[in-house]
Design a binder for this molecule. Structure first.
Ligand code: ADP
Length: 417
């Protein structure tokens, strides 16, 4: 019988899951439970090109996990829950404690509770997802952190210029996110160039967006900070702003710091500028002459270009590739085109327009090179695969535990003999 592994991404009101067979990493089914805690909650299953959608009142994460397992059984994706040999969880923040993926035990859970202050919007959902899975499955559960890849960032890049005790006592530093995506892209590029020490500028532009400067195959700098609010302009997040804006708006509008922070996370970015946060809606609005949409897309483009310039200098001009990934990076033809045209002269890069125009329309989409052969730096589009990295880490850690248990059993048998 094939071994099966689950990958879970639990948010405050949603739970995404994918079930794979290993070691071939073949996805059998994926699904999403949405609006957990609301009367109108529902869930979706996708497999073999089919989609099932059902409404069901799901009041908490435990009910969401129960529903997911019941559906996996009812649809014969598993014949018994013991077929699932391990579960990988996407976890937003590991702070300085978790520099790599880790097996979850009571201590891990306690540590994660202590880290909620760093990720109040995301971590409670992830913890609820983990605890719920643990109620049903007695198998290795692994936490894969969005922050871990960035543990190689040097101190001069991760410290903020604030009093030292903010860092030493309160943990205020740049942690960076989307690390699982950057790790995947870096590994792919290491394979492409057949060397470990690749230098890359990676643009992970989705509704959440960030960039990473990879030096010698390791994260050297990134745009997000203590939380995912910093850096690029995003769908609903402001990205970098003058920190004094917070106090100023609190006073002007009689709001609390929490209220303003919430606005900076959920009502700012492209949404704040143009009233729309989906890149496709913005592109079609721009075509229809919508000035706000044009401004929002221009500001997004500028924020990416500024960091390309910064990272080019941080890498002292020794850049193997600029890589675009995630929803917008993989699909937004016009954004890529205007960025490459803008950086063309200073960085000696020319756009391969035909490749750029066609890359996202290919059915078996594998990414590809969108710069011309005579460019000094390759520009690539590469679909990211965070789930695969979570799956791989979970499989490897689960196998190690299995081997350990086997060793212990063998020792006991030897003693008995
Ligand atoms: P996240 O994982 O952060 O939620 P995604 O990586 O899924 O986000 O990216 C979502 C963004 O990608 C949306 O703004 C969406 O408009 C954009 N996007 C997806 N497909 C296309 C497309 N074909 N053309 C342009 N933008 C697209």
């Amino acid at each position: 019988m094939k071994e099966k592994y689950l990958v879970i991404n639990a948010g405050s009101s949603s739970l995404k899951f994918s079930l794979y067979t290993m070691p071939e990493a073949k996805e059998i089914v994926n699904g999403l439970v949405e609006r957990i805690g609301n009367e109108d909650s529902c869930y979706t299953l996708k497999y073999d090109g089919k989609k099932q959608e059902k409404n069901k009142v799901i009041m908490n994460h435990t009910e969401a996990v129960k529903t997911m397992l019941e559906e996996l059984l009812a649809n014969n994706f598993i014949s018994d829950i013991n077929e699932i040999k391990g579960v990988g969880h996407r976890v937003l923040h590991g702070a300085e404690i978790y520099k790599e993926s880790t097996l979850i035990n009571e201590e891990t859970l306690r540590n994660l509770e202590g880290l909620v202050k760093f990720g109040p919007l995301h971590l409670p959902g992830a913890i609820a997802g983990i605890k719920s899975m643990m109620q049903y499955l007695d198998v290795p559960q692994v936490a894969v952190f969005d922050t871990s890849f960035h543990n190689t960032i040097p101190e001069e890049n991760y410290r903020y210029a604030v009093p030292e005790e903010f860092y030493t006592q309160d943990g205020v530093r740049k942690y960076g996110f989307h690390g699982t995506s950057y790790r995947y892209i870096t590994k792919e590029m290491q394979k492409r160039y057949e060397k470990e020490d690749v230098n890359l500028i990676i643009c992970h532009v989705g509704s959440g967006a960030s960039m990473c400067c990879v030096k010698d195959g390791k994260s050297y700098d990134t745009t997000m900070g203590l939380t995912p609010l910093a850096g690029l302009i995003m769908g609903t997040r402001s990205g970098d702003i003058d920190p004094s804006i917070i106090e100023y708006i609190c006073k002007e509008r009689n709001l609390t710091v929490s209220e303003v922070t919430n606005i900076l996370n959920k009502k700012s970015g492209l949404l704040g500028i143009a009233g729309k946060n989906d890149n496709r809606d913005l592109e079609s609005a721009r075509k229809n002459g919508d000035k706000k949409a044009t401004l929002a897309l221009e500001m997004l483009k500028n924020s990416i270009e500024k960091y390309i310039g910064q990272y080019y200098i941080e890498l002292k001009g020794k850049v193997d590739a600029i890589v675009f990934t995630a929803g917008i990076g993989e699909n937004a033809i016009s954004l890529r085109e205007s960025i490459i045209n803008d950086i063309s002269v200073p960085l000696n890069i020319k756009l391969n327009k035909e490749m750029n125009d066609n890359i996202s329309r290919r059915s078996a989409y594998q990414g590809g090179k969108i710069s011309t052969p005579d460019s000094s730096i390759e520009v690539l589009v590469l679909p990211t695969n965070e789930e695969y990295m979570i799956l791989k880490d979970t499989y490897e850690i689960s196998k190690k535990i299995e081997e350990k248990i086997q060793e212990e059993t063998n020792k006991k048998v030897l003693k008995l003999n």
